[in-house]
Design a protein around this ligand. Structure first.
Ligand SMILES: Cc1ncc(COP(=O)(O)O)c(C=O)c1O
Length: 407
């Protein structure tokens, strides 16, 4: 069974948009195209339901019900309880609020572990806990490969470590980290885990229940949805951490770490992400299945498609001796988020690619520490070529042809 790309692309209004025609999109790790069900729900909300939700009149009831639907359906697909999923303005805002809670929860002398592979969103807010007397230990990547070695983590853990923060996948290294294995190591030492799934979730919604992470975060706007951060927190940890919301909302777990008022329309429109996954499932499979099974099947279809599409790009880049590919050279062990260190500044090269109707980005992508750790000057930056399951082999060929011209 392979992914039906025509069907997939028919679910995205961007592929019908004349102004985008002929443009190959390779900055998906920055933000993906939005799928049609999200777009339709968002515009419907603004047109028909743009009133305060949860009040006793039809427009409001429909808006509130749609917000609840989004939470319930996404949680079911992620293998977690509805109450364990919350929405916030962005992953950065979500980690910031969580870090405030952890700051009040930990005692001076206790420790957390952060990495230098993460995007700043899942490392900077945690590092600031040092200001409160918390010991911050850095789990470092291999400077040559960008790899984060779980054995190294094991050596760093002791009874004072309460939390380990790491990415499911870095937005510049691209390697998929073994979240279950790392979480098991942390749990065995008595520590919780906080996983940044922002660069992973667009490649297939993970079963967060099975992964075992105590906190799992990702961004809907990079996963075919609206501009929201999605956060899963296990109740055992959620109840230990102090409430960050209005005092009377703290017992409602999905409000407890989201001090910002919800963006009603965008939360509701997140139900469209579940619609999209269900539409892909129904198109490719006959057997009825529960939401987590449907999401897992779609995840596997997406990943298989991406692995096949990525191989020629990795081959091409691997055969050039004027650049350095960050992260693994094998498609199966990485996301199709491919950063390359060039012999010059990356941003002007991205600009040159645009002349060939290729949308890509150059810069540090807020992974400043990860670049520095690999000996790359963040000011020079890396060229990032990132795609998802909806990208065609022809678009990859267009990219390779353009790279041949500009490099
Ligand atoms: C890996 C990773 N983590 C976190 C973030 C921050 O997400 P948000 O923009 O939702 O704050 C990004 C954004 O680029 C990212 O790529």
């Amino acid at each position: 069974m392979t992914l039906d790309l025509d069907f997939v692309r028919a679910q995205f209004p961007a592929f019908e948009e004349p102004s985008l025609d002929g443009w190959a999109f390779f900055e998906n790790a920055g933000g993906s195209y939005m799928c049609r069900p999200v777009y339709d729900r968002l515009t419907r909300f603004y047109r028909e339901r743009k009133v305060q939700p949860y009040a006793p009149y039809p427009a409001s009831e429909a808006g509130g019900a749609e917000m609840d639907e989004a939470r319930a359906r996404l949680a079911a697909m992620m293998g977690i309880d509805t109450q364990d999923l919350s929405f916030g303005p962005s992953t950065t805002a979500n980690t910031y609020a969580l870090a405030q809670a952890v700051r009040a929860w930990l005692k001076p002398g206790e420790a957390i572990i952060v990495t230098n592979q993460d995007h700043e969103a899942n490392t900077g807010p945690w590092r600031r806990l040092a200001e409160a007397g918390i010991e911050v230990r850095e789990w470092q990547i291999d400077p040559a490969t960008g790899h984060l070695d779980p054995e190294r983590l094991e050596e760093m853990l002791d009874e004072s470590v309460r939390l380990v923060c790491f990415p499911h996948c870095s937005n510049v290294v691209g390697e998929i980290n073994p979240v279950s294995e790392i979480t098991a190591i942390a749990h065995a030492a008595g520590a919780f885990t906080c996983v940044d799934g922002v660069s992973y979730a667009p490649h297939g919604i993970p079963n967060v229940g099975d992964l075992g992470a105590d906190i799992y975060l990702f961004s809907a706007y990079k996963t075919y949805g609206p501009h929201q951060g999605i956060m899963a927190i296990r109740p055992a940890l959620a109840r230990e951490l102090p409430n960050q919301a209005h005092y009377f909302n703290g017992e409602t777990l999905y409000k407890r770490f989201t001090p910002a008022g919800p963006d009603h329309a965008q939360v509701a429109a997140c139900a469209g992400m579940a619609d999209y996954i269900d539409a892909l499932y129904a198109h490719h499979h006959d057997a009825p299945a529960d939401p987590a099974t449907r999401a897992a099947a779609v995840h596997d279809l997406m990943r298989a498609q991406e692995v096949t599409t990525l191989a020629p790009l990795l081959d091409y880049l691997g055969n050039r001796n004027d650049l350095r590919l960050l992260g693994p050279a094998t498609a199966a062990s990485r996301a199709p988020t491919v950063a390359v260190d060039l012999n010059r500044a990356a941003e002007p090269v991205a600009r040159q690619l645009a002349a060939h109707k290729v949308m890509a980005g150059g810069g540090d992508f807020y992974a400043v520490r990860a670049l520095q750790a690999q000996g790359i000057d963040p000011a020079k930056g890396v060229l990032r070529l990132s795609f998802t399951h909806y990208t065609t082999p022809a678009e990859v060929t267009q990219l390779i042809t353009a790279l041949d011209q500009v490099l």
